[in-house]
Every structure is written in structure tokens, then in C-alpha cells.
Design a protein around this ligand. Structure first.
Ligand code: SF4
Length: 525
């Protein structure tokens, strides 16, 4: 009988193109010398599940195209895609099939709309999470069968999820790396596909597993930003606390090689103890789904967790205690009244949030929203997954032109550089000083004004390259240079330990200013 050990396969793992969006951070990547933001976490997890004897290569098309020699070498091509990568995945399937390769497709896009991906020509489609499906796929590949959908009936416990194969990634190509400690979210927001894809009962990796992944990243040579790609990092607070309590001494012992970014629900703002643990573990940014400033809209979207506490107070509490909130809003929700854009801008200004993800609602396949719109005859087409582009895939409950106009006006207003710098300035002045600076404030000698220069060793190159380019672009004679330098000086004077955070936020703004014209071009075209 053929076994994985006796029959070796050559597998090319390929990550399809991701279109430009809020999440690309293309300018910051350039400033840091990276080629794209995040590695394909799904693919490197799949790689770790394949037989050790098989030969693997990985190409991320967001870094470079696949070389002809790599196509020739491969027997099997494995692709993983989110909905936003659908066009790129279909293009790679047809290229691979043209060359006679066996093609395996998996990830959220094929799992959500398997019929479309099978029609594109893949030989195997892995529906759902890979951990339990992989043995069946390996057997099918060895037997040479085709045309199968491989799906496991259960969701895997995450203690069977291996350490991702970071070693397959191109070193130096990414601005940030990712890992995951949990999947699923206990909430049931009507528009969210996390519940369908990963369930409402969150599943977790143990603190030991998580530390093993951090150690693997460190061994691979990574220092810098790590994105904890959980659907909701505080979905189970007991679990989050256990992880953080394990991380804090580990990070101290290793000299704080990483700084973390994650996603969480807004109720984080009501849990000061959790925020403290997160900052002690070196979490600096958190992405929060605020969605709408209107209570009736949130109610209709089942986003009840955002109704329990005053939104502005929660956002300010997160910022005040040392984590920069990246707030996400969406236009086009049912029940939204005229002027929602203006109300979003007012909330953002009041809360002093510089980084705001602006989205147009897309109805994602298999969500409760999708089912409802389908029943109501309002669905138009499959979502592209690109929520930065100004296009609704359904008939909204108020005039569409009004939604798009408000969306475009919001981009213009929030990402006018001057307004952005002023929000960033207010944001860091409200933030408590860093832990280190708090310690110094109690000691004789006072505050260390050079703290912004003292960057942990592994972060230095990217930090200085980024700052150099930021300073160059915002030179004193540039249009917004005077404001930038005045506010920089003010942060240096009044909250010096947060000057580094201010500069990082300003560097992130460099991605968002040009997106205004891209969004306008897309609306026109
Ligand atoms: S809180 Fe976030 S992840 Fe959870 S269901 Fe709502 S939108 Fe989805």
C-alpha cells in the first residue's frame, strides 16, 4: 500500500493576490522595506499538516509571481483564499490546470461558495478547517482520485493545530506576521461570517501552544509586529487572561521581541484589568468593530454588545490605558438614517480615534444577513469581499447614492492629513505614559524624553527606515508639514514616552491619505 512516507509529493503552496484596501498598508510596508503586510497563515498551517516527507515550496503572489521553474517542479498546487482573493484564486486555478497540475483549494472563499471554485476547475476542495480534513486529503492525493469535496463533520479542537511552517515564508518580505490563538466568536452579528465559518463556541490553543508558536517565530528570526488573528481575542475572557499571564513573563525573559495587534469586541473598554494585562504583554493596537453610531441600527444588526456601554467611553478607556483603538465602521446597514456619515465623523472626533476603517457593507455568503436579504429579494451578486471599494452587493434600505456619497465624504473628512494629525495628537496626549515612563515618573530625575529613540533591538531597522521616510515626506515645506512638526513637538513636550506611538500612527496615515482618491476613482468607474 502507498503511504505518505513511501510516495513523496512536490507541493507548491500559493497565496493569491489581495487587492488594495484599508488593510494593505502598502505605503508603510514600502517605508519599512517590506513587500506586503501579512503572510498566508492558513497555507503555512496547512503546510505543517502535510506529511513531513513531502517537498514543499511556498509563493505569495503578493510578493512576486510564480516562476516557470516552480510551476514545472510542482505536482500539486495548493491554494487558500479569503473572499477578497476570489479573482486571484480563480486565475491561479486556471494557470495550474493549464499546466496539468493537481489543484487543491481551501480557505474561507472555497468553503463559503464551493460550487464556484469547483466550477473554476480545482480537483479537490477542502471545505471548512483543515486540521481534521487533512488525512483524508492526503489519502485521496496518494490514491490519485479527483473531483472531491473534503469536509470534516466537526470543527477541530485547536489543540490539534500544529505550529505554522514560518520557515517556508520569504524572510524580510512581510511588515507583520500572524498567528492565531482561538477561532469563533460568541456574538451573533447579523452580517458576520465568522459564526458560519468558525462557530459561536470559541475554541482555543493552550498557553503552552501559543508560547511554542512565539518561540518558533523567534527561532525563525522574526522581531517586530505580530498580528494575533483571533476573531475576538476576548471572546472568552478566562482564556485571554490565561494566555496573557503566560505571555507576560515569557516576553520579559526574551527581552520583548514582539509587539502585538489583535481584534476584539468593544466591551474591552469596560475591562481595565484586561487592558492592563494586554499592555503588559506588549499589545499596542486593537481592531474594534464599532460599525455604527446609531443604536437602532446596532440593534437590528444584532450587535448588542456595542449597546451595553457608552461607545465613546469604551473607546476612550482603551486609548487612555495604552492601546490604540482602530475603529471599524460600516455604511449601508439596514435601518441607517440619512446623515450616518456625519454621525460617524462626530463620534470619531469625540473619541479622538485617528485610525478608522471605513467600509461599505457587503452581504457575505451564508450569514444571517445574506439569508434575510435573499428572502426579501434584495441580493444582487456574490460579495467581492473588498469592503473598502464603494459597492454594495444588495439593495440597501435607503437610497444607494446617498450611502455612497456619505461614504466618500467620510473618507475625505477623516483622512484630510491635518484632521488626521490632530486626532492622533489628541489621542496620544490622552494616553497614559508608557509603563517604563510611569516607573521613571516615580523616581528622581523624572521623564525620559529620549524614550522614542530607544527601540527594542529587533525593531530598529524598520522603525528608523519608516521614520526617515515619514520625516522626508512631511518635510517642513510640505503642505501639511507645519502642522505635523508642531504637533510632534507638542507630544515631545507633553507626553514624550508616547512620541513613538504618535509617529507610528502618522506613518500609518501615509497609507490612508492616498486611499481617498482610489475610493473616489472606484466610485466613478
Ligand atoms: S463580534 Fe465581531 S467576530 Fe463576533 S460576531 Fe460580531 S462581527 Fe463577528
Amino acid at each position: 500500500m502507498k503511504t505518505a512516507a513511501t510516495v513523496k509529493k512536490r507541493v507548491l503552496l500559493a497565496a493569491p493576490e489581495i487587492p488594495l484596501s484599508f488593510w494593505s498598508f502598502r505605503e508603510t510596508n514600502r517605508m519599512m522595506g517590506a513587500k506586503t503586510l501579512l503572510p498566508p497563515l492558513g497555507l503555512i498551517t496547512v503546510a505543517a499538516l502535510l506529511p513531513r516527507e513531502w517537498e514543499l515550496r511556498l509563493v505569495d503572489v503578493n510578493i512576486r509571481p510564480i516562476r516557470e521553474s516552480e510551476w514545472d517542479w510542482a505536482e500539486i498546487v495548493m491554494l487558500s483564499a479569503m473572499l477578497v482573493q476570489q479573482r486571484g484564486m480563480r486565475a491561479l486555478i486556471s494557470e495550474a490546470k493549464r499546466r496539468g497540475k493537481v489543484v487543491v483549494a481551501g480557505g474561507p472563499y472555497p468553503s463559503s461558495v464551493p460550487g464556484e471554485v469547483l466550477a473554476a476547475g480545482c480537483d479537490f476542495l477542502v471545505q471548512g478547517e483543515a486540521e481534521l480534513a487533512m488525512p483524508q486529503l492526503v489519502t485521496a492525493l496518494l490514491e490519485g482520485s479527483r473531483g472531491q469535496v473534503i469536509a470534516s463533520a466537526e470543527r477541530p479542537p485547536l489543540n490539534v493545530s500544529p505550529v505554522p511552517r514560518y520557515d517556508l515564508l520569504e524572510r524580510g518580505a512581510y511588515g507583520c506576521v500572524s498567528l492565531q490563538t482561538s477561532r469563533g466568536c460568541p456574538f451573533d452579528c447579523e452580517f458576520c461570517d465568522v459564526i458560519h465559518l468558525y462557530g459561536r463556541a470559541p475554541r482555543y490553543k493552550s498557553p503552552e501552544q501559543f508560547l511554542a508558536e512565539l518561540a518558533a517565530l523567534q527561532a525563525w528570526g522574526w522581531r517586530g509586529d505580530v498580528f494575533v488573528a483571533d476573531d475576538n481575542f476576548i471572546g472568552h475572557k478566562g482564556h485571554a487572561r490565561a494566555l496573557l499571564e503566560a505571555m507576560i513573563p515569557w516576553m520579559e525573559a526574551q527581552g520583548k521581541p514582539f509587539s502585538f495587534i489583535t481584534q476584539a469586541s468593544v466591551n474591552l473598554g469596560q475591562d481595565k484589568e484586561m487592558i492592563d494585562l494586554m499592555t503588559a504583554a506588549n499589545f499596542g493596537f486593537v481592531f474594534l468593530g464599532v460599525e455604527s453610531p446609531d443604536e437602532d441600527v446596532l440593534k437590528q444588526a444584532h450587535k448588542r454588545q456595542n449597546l451595553r456601554d457608552p461607545l465613546v467611553e469604551s473607546l476612550r478607556a482603551i486609548n487612555r490605558n495604552g492601546i490604540t483603538a482602530i475603529a471599524s465602521f460600516v455604511l449601508g446597514l439596514d435601518g441607517e438614517r440619512s446623515g450616518a456619515g456625519r454621525r460617524i465623523a462626530a463620534l470619531v472626533e469625540t473619541a479622538g480615534i485617528p485610525l478608522v476603517a471605513l467600509n461599505i457593507l457587503q452581504s457575505l455568503p451564508n450569514t444571517a444577513l445574506w439569508e434575510r436579504l435573499r428572502r426579501e429579494g434584495r441580493l444582487r451578486e456574490l460579495a467581492s469581499g473588498d469592503t473598502t471599494g464603494p459597492r454594495l452587493n444588495f439593495v440597501p434600505s435607503r437610497p444607494e447614492a446617498e450611502v455612497i456619497d456619505e461614504y466618500l465624504a467620510l473618507w475625505d473628512e477623516l483622512y484630510a492629513p491635518r484632521r488626521f494629525y490632530e486626532r492622533a495628537h489628541r489621542n496620544v496626549l490622552e494616553m497614559r505614559p508608557t509603563r517604563r515612563a510611569l516607573g521613571q515618573a516615580l523616581a528622581p530625575g523624572g521623564v525620559d524624553r529620549a524614550a522614542w529613540l530607544k527601540v527594542p533591538s529587533g525593531h530598529r531597522r524598520g522603525y528608523w527606515a519608516t521614520l526617515w521616510r515619514l520625516f522626508w515626506r512631511r518635510a517642513i515645506f510640505s503642505r501639511d508639514g507645519v502642522v505635523f512638526w508642531r504637533l510632534t513637538w507638542d507630544v515631545f513636550r507633553r507626553n514624550p514616552s508616547r512620541l513613538r506611538r504618535f509617529l507610528i500612527i502618522c506613518a500609518l496615515g501615509e497609507n490612508l491619505f492616498p486611499l481617498r482618491s482610489l475610493v473616489r476613482r472606484q466610485a466613478a468607474g
